[in-house]
Design a protein around this ligand. Structure first.
Ligand code: HEM
Length: 144
């Protein structure tokens, strides 16, 4: 699917969504713990460049590929769904075009199997020797 808009329009939409999404993430008392080793501005910028590039826009992303970005973080299905709910909230809040929302979720899902942990925290590995392993299972009171 190719999005029918200019690179600038695409960038502006993706940035608006990412900015709103990470505002929700960093305001969330539990979820923000998973993001404690990265500044909000940095991940907002990285995620924007990553998505714009994956949606067919300019290639500016210089970080790790999504499948290599999280080996140190324990992410199960609950955490995955929680993140997706916040993302959908962000789409709604900024009134994002449906074609961008659909493509965003499709790209996310293409990486799902390589990001999700099926077993325990022993599956996690640091990206470098001193990398902190992040294990923050969802508290029961947040489970649906
Ligand atoms: C529940 C699911 C996810 C969680 C909890 C999560 C969390 C995080 C965190 C905490 C970081 C920062 C790591 C660090 O540098 O300290 C990160 C980086 C990143 N994530 Fe995710 N993420 C999730 C899913 C995804 C998905 C679905 C994608 C894209 C398809 C993605 C793409 C990225 C990218 C591109 C980076 C930056 C990599 C870099 O700068 O080298 N993440 N993520």
């Amino acid at each position: 699917m190719k999005i029918e808009m200019t690179d600038e329009e695409l960038y502006n939409w993706v940035f608006k969504i990412a900015d709103t999404f990470y505002d929700l993430v960093y305001k969330d008392v539990w979820f923000k713990k998973i993001f404690r080793n990265i500044e909000q501005d940095s991940i907002t910028a990285q995620q924007t460049d990553f998505m714009v590039q994956n949606m067919g826009g300019p290639k500016r992303f210089s970080g790790r590929d999504a499948k290599d970005a999280h080996p140190q973080i324990w992410i199960d299905e609950n955490i995955w769904n929680y993140r997706e709910d916040l993302l959908k909230k962000a789409f709604k809040e900024v009134n994002a075009p449906a074609e961008i929302c659909e493509l965003w979720l499709k790209i996310d899902n293409a990486f799902k199997l390589s990001i999700i942990n099926k077993g325990g925290v022993e599956e996690c590995v640091g990206r470098f020797k001193t990398d902190e392993i992040i294990y923050e299972p969802m508290p029961d009171y947040l489970k649906k």
